[in-house]
Structures are given as C-alpha cells and as structure tokens.
Design a binder for this molecule. Structure first.
Ligand SMILES: [Zn+2]
Ligand SMILES: [Zn+2]
Length: 377
C-alpha cells in the first residue's frame, strides 16, 4: 500500500517549500516509479526541471525508513535529472556495506574531503593563535563573531531565511545573507534546506543531525559526510531558489569569506602591523568558535537541558548554548513554535537575536514579527 505522508509541519513553516506550487503534476511531467530500495513502497512524482516529491509507505517503525529523507529534488537550475535517493547507486550513507539504514556514519567511502579538510585546517590554524595574538586581532574576531555568527547565521540564515520569523527589506536580507556566507557553513540554500528537514524529522531517522545517531555525528561528523546525490540541491528551500539574487549569493558563497581573509590580512598589516594576527583571529579562531556554537545547538541542545514544552523530539533549553549562540540555545521553545521570532519564554531566557530583531523594528528594518503564542508550562 502506498500512502501519501503529509509534508507539513505543525507550524506550517516549511509546508510550502515541500509541497507548494513548484510541483506541476498536470504538466505531463508526472511520473510514478517503484521504490528500488526494497524497503517499502514509494512513488515519486516528478516534473522535469522542477521538483519531485517522494511519497513513501508509512512505516510501522521509523527505524525501517531508509536514509536519507523522502524528498528529492530535480534541480530547477541544473536541468540534469537527479535520481531518487533510494535508487540503486544513489546512496552514500553506508547502506552498501550493510549497515543499518537508520544509522548514518562517516566512512572513507562517504567523507566529503573538501569540507573535512577545510574544517581540519581551520582548527589547525587555531594552534597558531597564541603566537600571533594582538588585542586588535581579538577585537576583530569578536566583532566578526557578532556580525557573521549573530547576524549572519542566527538572525538571518535561521530566523529570517529558514523560518521567516520576520520581514525586512530585500537589500537587508541580501546583506545579512552575505554575512552568513562568511562562516564556512555553506550557501543559504543548503543550510536552510538541511535545517527545515531537521525540523520536519527531528530526532527520527531522516533527521540530518540527531544525537540519536551519536553525539559526535550530530555535532560535526554529519557536516563531513558527502550528501547523497541531489540532497545538496536544497529540496526544502525552493522559495530561496526562486530568488535569483539569493541563488547568486549561494552559488558564489565562498567568495565573500575568501575576500574577507584577504582584506583582514591587508588591513591588519596596514593599520596595526598585525596582518597575520587579524587573519588567524578574524578567520580561523572566529570561524571555529561560530562552528561549535552552531553545532552545539544541534548536539547539546538535543541532549542536555530542560524542557518548557512536551515536543515530539528531544529538544532542550540549554543556557550555555544560548550564551554561545545569541539565544539559539532555547531550542525546546523553538521546536515548540518554530516560526516565533522569540526563542526565550521565561524572564531569564535571554535571547539576544530576538532583541536585535526588536531593535531593527524600532528603526524600520523589521516588521511582521511572528509572535510566540504558547505559554511555557
Ligand atoms: Zn533542533
Ligand atoms: Zn529552526
């Protein structure tokens, strides 16, 4: 029996991106294919050059679901058809070696060497940090932590682009997105897509980074695993894929951070005679700090902390993650009301990102701020 699983989340935050007008079932592009993985019936509805939606048989147990997610994309930009994830040869998650389909692992076969090497080199560069320390280099690192981590990732990639918790001018959105690209966390399309999929499948097999698959997996290893073919085409971020400027920023996302490194080295040398210090502290130390602050939201905030809401996942409110990540650590609150701009609920749950959004509203840079409506228990 094949049954369609509703691809909507409770808040409706990603529903349009998973099921909306991008799928053209009436244009002669509809196709239904069997599930080649042999793990339950599946049908894929695909419109050439558009999006495809894989409807999978509802499993008796979520652990019977093969990885990865049941959504695949036919890239609207790259016309070549992408096979469904459960097609033979499409999986890079270790299923070939006989591992359990619900337990993703990083292996020599599926490691993304470019990403793994970049993460390793940035960490290695931090070893040099004490030897090139200057106060001006530290100040640059702190300022860039606020700009790229606080505004770029927490405020823009997460609350604005992923959840649309508020609205702003397009030029502000683009400027903030460019700040987000300076964190070595990839372009906005894939980031947003992965995070929406996390919310849709939180702590189930299809969750890209659940501690149920190991703390280290949820913290960092998942970032180094090569995506199954097609997953990097941002299947759950088609709203962003319709915006040509956003697509441009996404495609060239590595340029701003490379340029930033060059500017820091030159400016540091010119202004303070400390080019190497500004480069190491402003890029390596700051980026590694933002890495772990972001990753702790996925790992620690699904492992340790307290819960204000009985959500259908393991999300927790974690004070020290909130401190490191401008309020993102109030993660159980966030899972309970994904679109709400404020992540703090109680008086002590300070949320710097929300305060920033309120400050932006005061000067006309933010409006239609989505309110939190469920009281904390
Ligand atoms: Zn989460
Ligand atoms: Zn979120």
């Amino acid at each position: 029996m094949v049954s369609a699983r509703r691809v909507e989340d409770a808040d409706g935050g990603i529903a349009d991106n998973l099921t909306g007008g991008g799928v053209d079932l009436g244009a002669g592009g509809l196709s239904i294919r069997p599930n080649w993985g042999g793990k339950g019936g599946a049908a894929t509805f695909a419109a050439p050059g558009r999006w495809s939606l894989c409807l999978r048989e509802l499993p008796l147990s979520s652990s019977t679901l093969p990885r990865p997610v049941g959504l695949s994309a036919v890239d609207p930009i790259v016309p070549a058809a992408v096979p469904p994830f459960d097609a033979p040869g499409a999986s890079t998650t270790g299923e070939e070696s006989g591992s359990h389909a619900g337990e993703p692992r990083l292996t020599l076969a599926n490691v993304d060497w470019v990403t793994a090497l970049a993460i390793a080199l940035l960490h290695a560069a931090c070893v040099a940090a004490p030897f090139v320390f200057t106060w001006s280099g530290l100040a640059v690192a702190v300022a860039l932590w606020v700009l790229t981590g606080g505004l770029g990732i927490c405020l823009c990639y997460h609350r604005l682009l992923t959840h649309r918790s508020f609205k702003t001018h397009k030029w502000v959105e683009y400027a903030l997105t460019v700040l987000g690209t300076m964190t070595f966390q990839g372009g906005p399309l894939r980031w947003v897509s992965v995070h929406r999929i996390h919310h849709k499948h939180s702590d189930h097999d299809e969750d890209p980074h659940s501690p149920k698959h190991g703390f280290n997996w949820s913290h960092v290893l998942w970032t180094m695993a090569a995506s199954p073919k097609g997953e990097d085409r941002a299947p759950a971020a088609k709203d962003l894929a319709r915006d040509p400027v956003m697509v441009l920023i996404d495609r060239w996302h590595f340029v701003p951070q490379v340029a930033l490194g060059a500017v820091l080295f030159g400016l540091g040398h010119w202004l303070a005679g400390a080019g190497l210090s500004w480069l190491v502290w402003g890029v390596a130390v700051r980026t590694v700090f933002v890495f772990h602050a972001t990753w702790f939201v996925n790992s620690a905030s699904h492992t340790w902390g307290y819960r204000n809401y009985a959500t259908d996942d393991d999300s927790k409110n974690n004070w020290w993650v909130a401190l490191l990540s401008f309020g993102e650590g109030w993660h159980n609150n966030h899972h309970a009301e994904q679109r709400a701009a404020a992540h703090g609920r109680r008086w002590f749950e300070v949320d710097l990102t929300y305060l920033t959004i309120r400050a932006m509203a005061l000067v006309g840079l933010a409006w239609d701020i989505v309110p939190a409506e469920k009281p904390a228990r």
